[in-house]
Ligand binder design. Structure first.
Ligand code: F0G
Length: 482
Protein backbone atom coordinates (compact mmCIF):
# COMPACT_ATOMS: atom_id res chain seq x y z
CA UNK A 1 0.00 0.00 0.00
CA UNK A 2 1.15 3.52 -0.67
CA UNK A 3 2.85 4.83 2.46
CA UNK A 4 1.44 8.34 2.00
CA UNK A 5 -1.26 9.51 4.44
CA UNK A 6 -3.55 12.39 3.43
CA UNK A 7 -4.63 15.30 5.62
CA UNK A 8 -7.73 16.20 3.56
CA UNK A 9 -10.39 13.68 2.56
CA UNK A 10 -9.88 10.09 1.57
CA UNK A 11 -6.64 8.55 0.38
CA UNK A 12 -5.98 8.15 -3.31
CA UNK A 13 -3.46 6.37 -5.45
CA UNK A 14 -0.52 8.64 -6.05
CA UNK A 15 1.71 8.34 -9.10
CA UNK A 16 5.37 7.93 -8.23
CA UNK A 17 6.44 9.05 -11.69
CA UNK A 18 5.87 12.11 -13.84
CA UNK A 19 4.68 12.29 -17.43
CA UNK A 20 7.28 13.54 -19.89
CA UNK A 21 6.01 12.30 -23.26
CA UNK A 22 2.32 12.37 -24.18
CA UNK A 23 0.13 11.19 -27.02
CA UNK A 24 -2.88 13.18 -28.14
CA UNK A 25 -6.23 11.40 -27.86
CA UNK A 26 -9.39 11.67 -29.98
CA UNK A 27 -12.93 11.65 -28.67
CA UNK A 28 -15.26 11.36 -31.64
CA UNK A 29 -19.04 12.04 -31.42
CA UNK A 30 -21.34 9.18 -30.44
CA UNK A 31 -22.79 8.90 -33.97
CA UNK A 32 -19.28 8.19 -35.28
CA UNK A 33 -18.68 5.75 -32.46
CA UNK A 34 -21.83 3.90 -33.52
CA UNK A 35 -20.55 3.82 -37.08
CA UNK A 36 -17.23 2.44 -35.82
CA UNK A 37 -19.10 -0.33 -33.98
CA UNK A 38 -21.20 -1.14 -37.06
CA UNK A 39 -18.01 -1.32 -39.15
CA UNK A 40 -16.19 -3.38 -36.50
CA UNK A 41 -18.90 -5.99 -35.98
CA UNK A 42 -19.56 -4.90 -32.36
CA UNK A 43 -16.24 -6.48 -31.48
CA UNK A 44 -13.95 -4.08 -29.61
CA UNK A 45 -10.91 -5.89 -31.05
CA UNK A 46 -11.94 -4.64 -34.48
CA UNK A 47 -12.07 -0.94 -33.60
CA UNK A 48 -9.33 1.33 -34.87
CA UNK A 49 -7.29 3.27 -32.35
CA UNK A 50 -8.26 6.56 -33.96
CA UNK A 51 -11.89 5.78 -33.01
CA UNK A 52 -11.03 5.07 -29.38
CA UNK A 53 -10.69 7.62 -26.58
CA UNK A 54 -9.55 5.54 -23.58
CA UNK A 55 -8.03 2.25 -24.70
CA UNK A 56 -8.70 -0.15 -21.85
CA UNK A 57 -8.70 -3.21 -24.10
CA UNK A 58 -5.61 -4.70 -22.54
CA UNK A 59 -2.39 -4.05 -20.68
CA UNK A 60 -0.57 -6.18 -23.24
CA UNK A 61 2.17 -4.17 -24.92
CA UNK A 62 0.47 -0.91 -23.86
CA UNK A 63 2.15 -0.16 -20.52
CA UNK A 64 4.10 3.09 -20.41
CA UNK A 65 7.84 2.55 -20.50
CA UNK A 66 10.21 4.30 -18.11
CA UNK A 67 12.87 6.77 -19.28
CA UNK A 68 15.47 4.13 -18.41
CA UNK A 69 13.75 1.59 -20.66
CA UNK A 70 13.59 3.99 -23.59
CA UNK A 71 17.23 4.98 -23.07
CA UNK A 72 18.31 1.32 -23.01
CA UNK A 73 16.74 0.78 -26.44
CA UNK A 74 19.23 3.25 -27.91
CA UNK A 75 22.22 1.21 -26.85
CA UNK A 76 21.15 -2.21 -28.07
CA UNK A 77 23.57 -4.45 -29.88
CA UNK A 78 22.00 -5.61 -33.13
CA UNK A 79 22.95 -9.00 -34.48
CA UNK A 80 21.20 -12.16 -35.66
CA UNK A 81 23.35 -14.35 -33.47
CA UNK A 82 25.13 -13.77 -30.20
CA UNK A 83 24.28 -10.11 -29.56
CA UNK A 84 25.43 -8.50 -26.33
CA UNK A 85 21.81 -7.47 -25.79
CA UNK A 86 20.74 -11.11 -25.54
CA UNK A 87 23.42 -11.89 -22.97
CA UNK A 88 22.42 -8.86 -20.91
CA UNK A 89 18.80 -10.04 -20.90
CA UNK A 90 19.81 -13.62 -20.13
CA UNK A 91 21.85 -12.41 -17.15
CA UNK A 92 18.96 -10.29 -15.90
CA UNK A 93 16.58 -13.26 -16.13
CA UNK A 94 19.05 -15.57 -14.38
CA UNK A 95 19.18 -13.11 -11.53
CA UNK A 96 15.43 -12.27 -11.58
CA UNK A 97 14.15 -15.86 -11.45
CA UNK A 98 17.29 -17.59 -10.20
CA UNK A 99 16.85 -20.00 -13.15
CA UNK A 100 19.87 -20.89 -15.23
CA UNK A 101 18.49 -21.34 -18.75
CA UNK A 102 16.47 -18.97 -20.93
CA UNK A 103 14.73 -19.49 -24.27
CA UNK A 104 13.52 -16.30 -26.00
CA UNK A 105 10.16 -16.17 -27.79
CA UNK A 106 8.24 -13.41 -29.55
CA UNK A 107 5.38 -13.31 -27.00
CA UNK A 108 3.53 -15.33 -24.35
CA UNK A 109 1.48 -17.53 -26.63
CA UNK A 110 4.64 -18.48 -28.54
CA UNK A 111 5.99 -19.90 -25.27
CA UNK A 112 2.71 -21.77 -24.88
CA UNK A 113 3.14 -23.26 -28.34
CA UNK A 114 6.67 -24.48 -27.53
CA UNK A 115 5.63 -25.88 -24.14
CA UNK A 116 2.49 -27.59 -25.49
CA UNK A 117 4.38 -29.06 -28.49
CA UNK A 118 7.09 -30.40 -26.20
CA UNK A 119 5.04 -31.85 -23.37
CA UNK A 120 1.41 -32.41 -24.42
CA UNK A 121 0.34 -35.56 -26.24
CA UNK A 122 -3.16 -36.68 -27.27
CA UNK A 123 -5.20 -37.77 -24.25
CA UNK A 124 -3.28 -35.64 -21.75
CA UNK A 125 -5.12 -33.40 -19.31
CA UNK A 126 -3.47 -30.32 -17.84
CA UNK A 127 -4.73 -29.11 -14.45
CA UNK A 128 -4.59 -25.37 -13.81
CA UNK A 129 -6.12 -22.79 -11.49
CA UNK A 130 -7.89 -21.25 -14.48
CA UNK A 131 -7.35 -21.43 -18.21
CA UNK A 132 -6.22 -18.60 -20.42
CA UNK A 133 -7.62 -18.44 -23.97
CA UNK A 134 -4.36 -18.96 -25.88
CA UNK A 135 -3.02 -21.51 -23.38
CA UNK A 136 -6.09 -23.68 -23.74
CA UNK A 137 -6.04 -23.39 -27.55
CA UNK A 138 -2.41 -24.59 -27.73
CA UNK A 139 -3.03 -27.52 -25.39
CA UNK A 140 -6.09 -28.55 -27.40
CA UNK A 141 -4.24 -28.17 -30.73
CA UNK A 142 -1.82 -30.80 -29.43
CA UNK A 143 -4.62 -33.20 -28.51
CA UNK A 144 -4.78 -32.39 -24.82
CA UNK A 145 -7.47 -30.98 -22.54
CA UNK A 146 -7.60 -28.49 -19.71
CA UNK A 147 -9.00 -29.17 -16.23
CA UNK A 148 -9.62 -26.22 -13.95
CA UNK A 149 -9.17 -26.92 -10.26
CA UNK A 150 -10.17 -23.62 -8.73
CA UNK A 151 -11.85 -23.11 -5.36
CA UNK A 152 -15.55 -22.25 -5.05
CA UNK A 153 -14.53 -18.66 -4.26
CA UNK A 154 -12.82 -18.19 -7.63
CA UNK A 155 -15.96 -17.57 -9.64
CA UNK A 156 -17.93 -15.77 -6.93
CA UNK A 157 -18.19 -12.23 -8.23
CA UNK A 158 -18.36 -10.62 -4.82
CA UNK A 159 -15.94 -11.95 -2.28
CA UNK A 160 -13.49 -10.87 0.36
CA UNK A 161 -11.14 -13.76 -0.34
CA UNK A 162 -7.66 -12.29 -0.89
CA UNK A 163 -6.49 -15.18 -3.09
CA UNK A 164 -9.30 -16.19 -5.44
CA UNK A 165 -6.70 -17.47 -7.90
CA UNK A 166 -5.69 -20.35 -5.57
CA UNK A 167 -5.93 -24.00 -6.56
CA UNK A 168 -8.32 -26.23 -4.65
CA UNK A 169 -5.70 -28.64 -3.32
CA UNK A 170 -8.14 -31.47 -2.54
CA UNK A 171 -9.57 -31.28 -6.05
CA UNK A 172 -6.04 -31.37 -7.45
CA UNK A 173 -5.14 -34.50 -5.45
CA UNK A 174 -8.40 -36.19 -6.46
CA UNK A 175 -7.85 -35.24 -10.10
CA UNK A 176 -4.33 -36.73 -10.13
CA UNK A 177 -5.61 -39.97 -8.59
CA UNK A 178 -8.47 -40.27 -11.06
CA UNK A 179 -6.63 -39.35 -14.27
CA UNK A 180 -3.30 -40.97 -13.44
CA UNK A 181 0.10 -39.29 -13.64
CA UNK A 182 0.90 -40.75 -17.08
CA UNK A 183 -1.71 -38.39 -18.59
CA UNK A 184 -0.59 -35.32 -16.65
CA UNK A 185 2.73 -34.05 -18.03
CA UNK A 186 2.46 -30.82 -16.07
CA UNK A 187 0.25 -28.61 -13.94
CA UNK A 188 0.03 -24.94 -14.88
CA UNK A 189 -0.10 -22.20 -12.27
CA UNK A 190 -1.32 -18.90 -13.69
CA UNK A 191 -0.18 -15.89 -11.71
CA UNK A 192 -2.81 -13.14 -11.45
CA UNK A 193 -5.50 -15.32 -13.05
CA UNK A 194 -6.56 -13.28 -16.04
CA UNK A 195 -10.05 -14.51 -16.93
CA UNK A 196 -11.51 -14.36 -13.43
CA UNK A 197 -10.50 -10.78 -12.81
CA UNK A 198 -6.72 -10.66 -12.35
CA UNK A 199 -7.02 -12.56 -9.07
CA UNK A 200 -3.80 -13.59 -7.30
CA UNK A 201 -2.47 -16.95 -6.09
CA UNK A 202 -0.79 -17.06 -2.69
CA UNK A 203 2.81 -18.18 -2.23
CA UNK A 204 1.57 -20.79 0.23
CA UNK A 205 -0.76 -22.24 -2.41
CA UNK A 206 1.96 -22.23 -5.09
CA UNK A 207 4.27 -24.17 -2.78
CA UNK A 208 1.52 -26.64 -1.87
CA UNK A 209 0.62 -27.24 -5.54
CA UNK A 210 4.29 -27.78 -6.40
CA UNK A 211 4.67 -30.17 -3.50
CA UNK A 212 1.73 -32.30 -4.66
CA UNK A 213 2.96 -32.27 -8.28
CA UNK A 214 6.56 -33.11 -7.49
CA UNK A 215 5.55 -36.01 -5.23
CA UNK A 216 3.76 -37.38 -8.29
CA UNK A 217 6.54 -36.59 -10.80
CA UNK A 218 4.42 -33.94 -12.47
CA UNK A 219 6.19 -30.85 -13.74
CA UNK A 220 5.15 -27.40 -12.53
CA UNK A 221 4.75 -24.81 -15.29
CA UNK A 222 4.16 -21.26 -14.08
CA UNK A 223 2.71 -18.56 -16.32
CA UNK A 224 4.36 -15.40 -14.96
CA UNK A 225 2.77 -12.96 -17.42
CA UNK A 226 0.81 -11.31 -14.60
CA UNK A 227 3.48 -11.86 -11.96
CA UNK A 228 3.92 -8.14 -11.14
CA UNK A 229 0.35 -7.65 -9.86
CA UNK A 230 0.42 -11.02 -8.11
CA UNK A 231 3.66 -10.08 -6.36
CA UNK A 232 2.09 -6.89 -5.07
CA UNK A 233 -0.83 -8.87 -3.63
CA UNK A 234 1.37 -11.55 -2.04
CA UNK A 235 3.37 -8.84 -0.30
CA UNK A 236 0.25 -6.91 0.80
CA UNK A 237 -2.19 -9.72 1.59
CA UNK A 238 -0.12 -12.70 2.74
CA UNK A 239 0.86 -12.38 6.37
CA UNK A 240 3.86 -14.70 6.11
CA UNK A 241 5.36 -12.61 3.27
CA UNK A 242 5.06 -9.15 4.83
CA UNK A 243 8.76 -8.97 5.61
CA UNK A 244 10.05 -10.59 2.43
CA UNK A 245 11.44 -8.48 -0.40
CA UNK A 246 9.70 -8.73 -3.78
CA UNK A 247 12.75 -10.50 -5.12
CA UNK A 248 12.68 -13.06 -2.30
CA UNK A 249 9.09 -13.84 -3.27
CA UNK A 250 9.97 -14.24 -6.97
CA UNK A 251 12.83 -16.58 -6.07
CA UNK A 252 10.57 -18.68 -3.83
CA UNK A 253 8.06 -19.06 -6.67
CA UNK A 254 10.79 -19.92 -9.15
CA UNK A 255 12.40 -22.41 -6.76
CA UNK A 256 9.33 -24.68 -6.94
CA UNK A 257 8.70 -24.08 -10.65
CA UNK A 258 10.19 -26.31 -13.35
CA UNK A 259 9.20 -24.22 -16.37
CA UNK A 260 8.54 -20.49 -16.02
CA UNK A 261 7.15 -18.62 -19.00
CA UNK A 262 5.88 -15.11 -19.54
CA UNK A 263 4.60 -12.51 -21.92
CA UNK A 264 6.91 -9.49 -21.64
CA UNK A 265 4.12 -7.44 -23.16
CA UNK A 266 2.84 -7.54 -19.56
CA UNK A 267 5.72 -8.52 -17.29
CA UNK A 268 8.48 -5.96 -17.69
CA UNK A 269 6.34 -3.45 -19.64
CA UNK A 270 8.07 -4.29 -22.91
CA UNK A 271 7.39 -6.75 -25.75
CA UNK A 272 8.36 -10.34 -26.39
CA UNK A 273 8.49 -13.22 -23.95
CA UNK A 274 10.46 -16.23 -22.87
CA UNK A 275 10.78 -19.52 -21.05
CA UNK A 276 13.15 -20.09 -18.11
CA UNK A 277 14.15 -23.44 -16.62
CA UNK A 278 16.56 -24.73 -13.98
CA UNK A 279 17.27 -28.04 -15.66
CA UNK A 280 19.35 -28.42 -18.81
CA UNK A 281 17.30 -31.51 -19.79
CA UNK A 282 14.13 -29.41 -20.02
CA UNK A 283 16.05 -26.72 -21.91
CA UNK A 284 17.29 -29.32 -24.42
CA UNK A 285 13.78 -30.72 -24.91
CA UNK A 286 12.47 -27.31 -26.01
CA UNK A 287 15.41 -25.55 -27.59
CA UNK A 288 15.18 -27.01 -31.12
CA UNK A 289 11.70 -25.57 -31.54
CA UNK A 290 12.88 -21.97 -30.99
CA UNK A 291 14.73 -21.54 -34.31
CA UNK A 292 11.86 -23.32 -36.04
CA UNK A 293 8.99 -21.17 -34.73
CA UNK A 294 10.55 -18.06 -33.20
CA UNK A 295 13.99 -17.15 -34.47
CA UNK A 296 17.56 -17.94 -33.56
CA UNK A 297 18.28 -18.84 -29.92
CA UNK A 298 19.66 -15.39 -29.16
CA UNK A 299 16.62 -13.36 -30.23
CA UNK A 300 13.57 -15.65 -30.54
CA UNK A 301 11.57 -13.26 -32.72
CA UNK A 302 12.27 -10.18 -30.59
CA UNK A 303 14.08 -7.05 -31.67
CA UNK A 304 17.15 -6.16 -29.64
CA UNK A 305 15.39 -2.96 -28.57
CA UNK A 306 12.58 -5.02 -27.03
CA UNK A 307 15.08 -7.21 -25.23
CA UNK A 308 16.92 -4.23 -23.72
CA UNK A 309 13.63 -2.68 -22.57
CA UNK A 310 12.58 -6.01 -21.07
CA UNK A 311 15.81 -6.35 -19.06
CA UNK A 312 15.32 -2.91 -17.47
CA UNK A 313 11.57 -3.48 -17.07
CA UNK A 314 12.20 -6.68 -15.11
CA UNK A 315 14.61 -4.89 -12.84
CA UNK A 316 11.99 -2.16 -12.24
CA UNK A 317 9.35 -4.81 -11.46
CA UNK A 318 11.14 -5.38 -8.16
CA UNK A 319 10.31 -1.82 -7.09
CA UNK A 320 7.15 -1.85 -4.90
CA UNK A 321 6.25 1.70 -5.96
CA UNK A 322 6.34 0.67 -9.59
CA UNK A 323 4.20 -2.45 -9.34
CA UNK A 324 1.63 -1.07 -6.91
CA UNK A 325 0.52 1.58 -9.42
CA UNK A 326 -1.74 -0.83 -11.36
CA UNK A 327 -3.51 -2.45 -8.39
CA UNK A 328 -4.02 0.88 -6.53
CA UNK A 329 -5.56 2.58 -9.57
CA UNK A 330 -7.77 -0.44 -10.20
CA UNK A 331 -8.90 -0.39 -6.57
CA UNK A 332 -9.78 3.32 -6.80
CA UNK A 333 -11.61 2.77 -10.12
CA UNK A 334 -13.55 -0.14 -8.60
CA UNK A 335 -14.50 1.89 -5.53
CA UNK A 336 -15.90 4.72 -7.65
CA UNK A 337 -17.91 2.24 -9.77
CA UNK A 338 -19.31 0.53 -6.68
CA UNK A 339 -20.36 3.88 -5.24
CA UNK A 340 -22.61 4.15 -8.31
CA UNK A 341 -24.05 0.69 -7.64
CA UNK A 342 -22.21 -0.86 -10.59
CA UNK A 343 -21.50 -4.57 -10.05
CA UNK A 344 -17.80 -5.47 -10.27
CA UNK A 345 -15.55 -8.35 -9.29
CA UNK A 346 -14.29 -8.01 -5.72
CA UNK A 347 -11.80 -7.84 -4.26
CA UNK A 348 -10.36 -5.83 -7.14
CA UNK A 349 -7.34 -7.60 -8.58
CA UNK A 350 -4.64 -6.72 -11.07
CA UNK A 351 -4.76 -6.00 -14.79
CA UNK A 352 -8.02 -4.03 -14.79
CA UNK A 353 -11.44 -3.44 -13.33
CA UNK A 354 -13.91 -6.19 -14.16
CA UNK A 355 -17.60 -5.39 -14.51
CA UNK A 356 -20.08 -8.20 -13.93
CA UNK A 357 -22.09 -8.13 -17.15
CA UNK A 358 -24.65 -10.71 -15.93
CA UNK A 359 -25.64 -8.40 -13.08
CA UNK A 360 -25.36 -5.24 -15.20
CA UNK A 361 -27.57 -6.68 -17.98
CA UNK A 362 -29.67 -9.33 -16.19
CA UNK A 363 -32.17 -9.34 -19.09
CA UNK A 364 -29.54 -10.56 -21.63
CA UNK A 365 -29.11 -14.37 -21.85
CA UNK A 366 -25.61 -15.95 -21.99
CA UNK A 367 -26.38 -17.09 -25.55
CA UNK A 368 -26.83 -13.43 -26.48
CA UNK A 369 -23.47 -12.48 -24.98
CA UNK A 370 -24.06 -9.96 -22.15
CA UNK A 371 -20.34 -9.19 -21.77
CA UNK A 372 -19.93 -8.60 -25.50
CA UNK A 373 -22.99 -6.34 -25.57
CA UNK A 374 -21.82 -4.40 -22.51
CA UNK A 375 -18.31 -3.90 -23.93
CA UNK A 376 -19.89 -2.50 -27.13
CA UNK A 377 -22.26 -0.26 -25.14
CA UNK A 378 -19.44 1.14 -22.98
CA UNK A 379 -17.55 2.07 -26.14
CA UNK A 380 -20.67 3.64 -27.60
CA UNK A 381 -21.41 5.88 -24.62
CA UNK A 382 -17.85 6.90 -23.77
CA UNK A 383 -15.35 5.94 -26.45
CA UNK A 384 -13.91 3.58 -23.81
CA UNK A 385 -12.63 0.32 -25.24
CA UNK A 386 -12.85 -2.66 -22.88
CA UNK A 387 -12.71 -6.37 -23.62
CA UNK A 388 -15.35 -9.09 -23.51
CA UNK A 389 -14.31 -11.87 -21.13
CA UNK A 390 -17.34 -14.12 -21.16
CA UNK A 391 -19.14 -16.58 -23.42
CA UNK A 392 -17.73 -15.14 -26.67
CA UNK A 393 -14.26 -15.91 -25.28
CA UNK A 394 -15.31 -19.57 -24.78
CA UNK A 395 -15.49 -22.30 -27.43
CA UNK A 396 -18.78 -23.90 -28.47
CA UNK A 397 -19.59 -27.45 -27.26
CA UNK A 398 -18.91 -30.25 -29.80
CA UNK A 399 -22.67 -30.35 -30.63
CA UNK A 400 -22.54 -26.65 -31.62
CA UNK A 401 -24.42 -25.36 -28.58
CA UNK A 402 -23.02 -22.45 -26.61
CA UNK A 403 -20.81 -23.10 -23.60
CA UNK A 404 -21.84 -20.30 -21.20
CA UNK A 405 -18.80 -18.89 -19.40
CA UNK A 406 -18.77 -19.29 -15.61
CA UNK A 407 -18.40 -15.51 -15.36
CA UNK A 408 -19.47 -12.84 -17.88
CA UNK A 409 -17.07 -9.96 -17.46
CA UNK A 410 -16.15 -6.77 -19.23
CA UNK A 411 -12.54 -6.01 -18.50
CA UNK A 412 -11.45 -2.40 -18.38
CA UNK A 413 -7.70 -2.87 -18.37
CA UNK A 414 -5.48 -0.22 -16.85
CA UNK A 415 -2.14 -0.44 -18.60
CA UNK A 416 0.47 0.62 -16.06
CA UNK A 417 1.26 4.35 -15.74
CA UNK A 418 -0.97 5.32 -18.69
CA UNK A 419 -4.23 6.84 -17.38
CA UNK A 420 -4.92 9.67 -14.94
CA UNK A 421 -7.57 9.81 -12.21
CA UNK A 422 -9.60 12.37 -14.22
CA UNK A 423 -9.81 9.95 -17.13
CA UNK A 424 -10.97 7.29 -14.71
CA UNK A 425 -13.62 9.68 -13.31
CA UNK A 426 -14.84 10.28 -16.87
CA UNK A 427 -15.10 6.52 -17.45
CA UNK A 428 -17.09 6.14 -14.21
CA UNK A 429 -19.42 8.96 -15.28
CA UNK A 430 -20.25 7.39 -18.64
CA UNK A 431 -20.63 3.87 -17.22
CA UNK A 432 -22.94 5.23 -14.48
CA UNK A 433 -25.14 6.82 -17.17
CA UNK A 434 -25.18 3.54 -19.07
CA UNK A 435 -26.15 1.69 -15.89
CA UNK A 436 -29.15 3.97 -15.48
CA UNK A 437 -30.15 3.28 -19.09
CA UNK A 438 -29.18 -0.38 -19.18
CA UNK A 439 -32.66 -1.56 -20.18
CA UNK A 440 -31.98 -0.13 -23.64
CA UNK A 441 -29.08 -2.55 -24.19
CA UNK A 442 -29.88 -5.97 -25.64
CA UNK A 443 -27.69 -8.84 -26.75
CA UNK A 444 -25.62 -9.60 -29.84
CA UNK A 445 -25.86 -12.16 -32.64
CA UNK A 446 -22.91 -13.64 -34.54
CA UNK A 447 -22.68 -12.59 -38.18
CA UNK A 448 -19.24 -14.14 -38.83
CA UNK A 449 -17.95 -16.72 -36.36
CA UNK A 450 -14.37 -18.06 -36.64
CA UNK A 451 -13.82 -21.64 -35.40
CA UNK A 452 -10.76 -20.89 -33.22
CA UNK A 453 -10.45 -17.98 -30.75
CA UNK A 454 -13.58 -16.38 -32.21
CA UNK A 455 -13.45 -13.42 -29.84
CA UNK A 456 -10.49 -11.93 -31.69
CA UNK A 457 -12.02 -11.40 -35.15
CA UNK A 458 -15.63 -12.60 -34.96
CA UNK A 459 -18.30 -10.13 -36.13
CA UNK A 460 -21.65 -9.59 -34.42
CA UNK A 461 -24.74 -7.41 -34.75
CA UNK A 462 -26.97 -5.79 -32.09
CA UNK A 463 -30.31 -7.54 -31.55
CA UNK A 464 -33.21 -5.18 -32.44
CA UNK A 465 -30.78 -2.38 -33.31
CA UNK A 466 -30.41 -1.41 -29.64
CA UNK A 467 -27.40 0.81 -30.34
CA UNK A 468 -29.57 3.25 -32.28
CA UNK A 469 -31.89 3.66 -29.28
CA UNK A 470 -28.94 4.25 -26.98
CA UNK A 471 -27.53 6.99 -29.25
CA UNK A 472 -30.93 8.72 -29.24
CA UNK A 473 -31.17 8.66 -25.44
CA UNK A 474 -27.57 9.90 -25.10
CA UNK A 475 -28.40 12.92 -27.28
CA UNK A 476 -31.54 13.64 -25.21
CA UNK A 477 -29.55 13.62 -21.98
CA UNK A 478 -26.21 15.11 -23.06
CA UNK A 479 -27.21 17.55 -25.83
CA UNK A 480 -24.30 18.12 -28.19
CA UNK A 481 -21.63 16.86 -25.75
CA UNK A 482 -19.06 14.43 -27.11
N1 F0G B 1 -0.84 -15.86 -20.31
C1 F0G B 1 -1.57 -14.89 -19.73
C2 F0G B 1 -1.95 -15.02 -18.30
C3 F0G B 1 -1.96 -13.77 -20.48
O1 F0G B 1 -2.69 -12.82 -19.89
C4 F0G B 1 -1.58 -13.68 -21.83
C5 F0G B 1 -2.01 -12.57 -22.66
C6 F0G B 1 -0.82 -14.71 -22.39
C7 F0G B 1 -0.45 -15.78 -21.60
C8 F0G B 1 -0.39 -14.66 -23.82
O2 F0G B 1 0.61 -13.71 -23.97
O3 F0G B 1 -0.39 -11.99 -25.53
O4 F0G B 1 2.08 -12.16 -25.20
O5 F0G B 1 0.87 -13.90 -26.45
N2 F0G B 1 -2.95 -11.78 -22.35
C9 F0G B 1 -3.35 -10.62 -23.15
C10 F0G B 1 -4.54 -9.95 -22.51
C11 F0G B 1 -3.58 -10.94 -24.58
O6 F0G B 1 -5.05 -9.01 -23.12
O7 F0G B 1 -4.93 -10.29 -21.40
P1 F0G B 1 0.80 -12.90 -25.36
Amino acid sequence: MSKIKFFLGESMPLEMHKVRVVQKLNLIPIEKRKQALDDGGYNTFLLKNREVFLDMLTDSGTNAMSDRQVASMMVSDDSYAGSETFYRLEKELQSFFGMKFFLPAHQGRACENIIAKTFVKPGDIIPMNYHFTTTKAHIELNGGKVEEVFTDEAVKITSTNPFKGNFDLDKLKKFIKEVGVSHIPFARIEMGTNLIGGQPVSLENIKAVANICHKNNILVVTDASLLADNLHFIKEREEACKNMSLHDIVLEIAKVTDVMYFSARKLGCARGGGICVHDVKLFDMMKDLIPLYEGFLTYGGMSVREMEAMAIGLEETLDPEMINQGPLFIEAFGKKLMEQGIPIVTPTGGLGCHIDARAFLPHVKSEEYPAGALAAAIFLVGGIRGMERGTISETRNPDGSEHPASVELVRLALPRRVFTMSQISYAVDRIAWLFKNRDLVQGLDFVEEPKVLRFFIGRLAPINNWSEKLVKKFREDFGDSL
